[in-house]
Design a protein around this ligand. Structure first.
Ligand code: 5AD
Length: 438
């Protein structure tokens, strides 16, 4: 008999992409084989995101298009996984009657059992329990990237920022034991992964539940000491738990990449207060100062929300002035989206859509100029890059990243894939660099 095939599409953050790797690993172990063609799949899964309204809508329209444009195999099952599934639960079966399976973000270990129930004839199956104890079971994993491995070190969030659904979709904060993390990383290193990306909703709030490793900074050091690991990145730290000890480790530990993604959300202390971000503009800037004062040159990126309820033109201008002051290497910016169940939902959605769009466009143009200048200043310099794949601009070229996470496209032989190389930067663009091998 031909093995059953599964198709999985992922929306949202890196944590979701990593969850899909765990689900794929589980299914593979059950004897399924992956396919990229939805029309031949026996099991179609969408791993969903709920962070903004638009992410939600995308999933429903994708469900429709999968059904229409591919038509599914007779008897094929459709499942929704992830944060939207967690948040909406059984309501999904009403909104999308073609869905057979709903699995929340803490219930992936139940997938084999749920599929069995479906096969036995259950009309539909669901698990959206948030049983914290089960979370860090080791899942079999099918990793998408041959060089860079995601490693969950903590999950969930207790911060309850006014705009954010994460505490509801991902549950309370809990950390995985240091020994567990290290043993996974030792295994990854022995399988040949030179780079690991540590994941957590507030990754630097990690605390060893076993008490063996005292801090997140110390965990970074221990991971760096694993033979074979050459690059460590982590995302996303919360500014309030971003202590100078982390920067000290970065200064002395070349394996920890020179890159910090430090979400600020707004440059206005008043907006930050209403967002419940737990820091003022000045407190955030003090962290930026010590990051910039480091011995190694650390690249900075951030997340920004425009149009939070009550954000005035002056508040918005404070965000622009913060960008001017910090001069980030990259930003991810979003229009505020009111999410049911969050505190800010009760504030009303006071900034009109057109005004949000205008602010977003102004912000992005402002940042684009900064990135053009910053990247231009790198022309002529030499960097070590890790060669990760083909260039997206020109498939005859290769693409690598510097420790600062800058993309460098260059001409080179495919034999360099998965290796480290040295390049000189020859040209710059807002989001990437061009280089030549030295
Ligand atoms: N509206 C818009 N953006 C949001 N984010 C989180 N919640 C919302 C929301 N309700 C953004 C934040 C966060 C990033 C992952 O998504 O900037 O850091």
């Amino acid at each position: 008999m031909e093995p059953k095939k599964f198709f999985i599409e992922t929306f949202g953050c890196q944590m979701n992409h990593h969850d899909s790797e765990k689900v794929a690993g589980t299914l593979t172990q059950m004897g399924y084989v992956p396919t990229e063609d939805a029309s031949e799949a026996d099991l179609l899964l969408l791993n969903t995101c709920n962070i903004r309204e638009k992410a939600n809508q995308k999933v429903f329209s994708r469900l429709g298009s999968l059904q229409k444009s591919y038509g599914t195999k007779p008897g094929a099952k459709v499942g929704l996984l992830g944060c939207m599934a967690q948040m909406e639960g059984p309501k999904i079966f009403e909104k999308a009657p073609n869905v057979d399976l709903v699995v929340g973000s803490s219930s992936y270990s139940f997938i084999p059992r749920l599929l069995e129930k479906l096969e036995q004839g259950a009309p539909h199956v669901i698990d959206v329990s948030q049983d914290v104890d089960r979370l860090f079971e080791t899942y079999p994993q099918s990793r998408e990237n041959p060089y860079k491995a995601f490693v969950t070190i903590m999950e969930g969030c207790n911060r309850y920022c006014a705009f954010c659904v994460v505490p509801y979709t991902r549950g309370p904060e809990r950390s995985r034991s240091g020994e567990h993390v290290l043993s996974e990383i030792r295994r990854l290193a022995s399988e040949g992964y030179p780079e690991v990306m540590l994941l957590g909703q507030t990754v630097n709030s990690w605390r060893d539940p076993a008490g063996a490793i005292p801090t997140f900074a110390e965990l970074l050091k221990r991971i760096a000491a694993v033979p074979g690991i050459r690059r460590i990145r982590f995302t996303s730290p919360h500014p309030s738990d971003f202590h100078c000890e982390i920067v000290e480790v970065m200064e002395t530990t070349p394996e920890v990449c020179n890159q910090v993604h430090l979400p600020v959300q707004s440059g206005s202390t008043e907006v930050l207060r209403r967002m419940k971000r737990d820091y003022t503009r000045d407190e955030y800037l003090r962290r930026v100062e010590f990051i910039k004062a480091a011995q190694r040159e650390i690249a900075l990126s951030t997340d920004i929300i425009v149009g939070f309820p009550g954000e005035s033109q002056e508040d918005f201008e404070e965000t622009l002035s913060l960008l001017e002051q910090v001069r980030y290497d990259q930003i991810f910016s979003f229009k505020y989206s009111a999410r049911p169940g969050t505190e800010a939902f009760t504030f009303g959605d006071t900034i009109p859509e057109e005004e949000k769009s205008r602010r977003l466009a102004v912000l992005q143009e402002f940042q684009r100029k900064i990135q053009i200048e910053r990247n231009a200043s790198l022309v002529g310099r030499e960097f070590e890059i890790f060669v990760e794949g083909k260039s997206q601009k020109d498939l005859n070229e290769l693409m690598g990243r510097t420790t600062q996470n800058k993309i460098v496209n260059f001409a080179g032989s495919p034999e360099l894939l998965g290796k480290f190389a040295r390049v000189r930067v020859t040209n710059s663009f807002p989001n990437s660099l061009a280089g030549e091998l030295i």
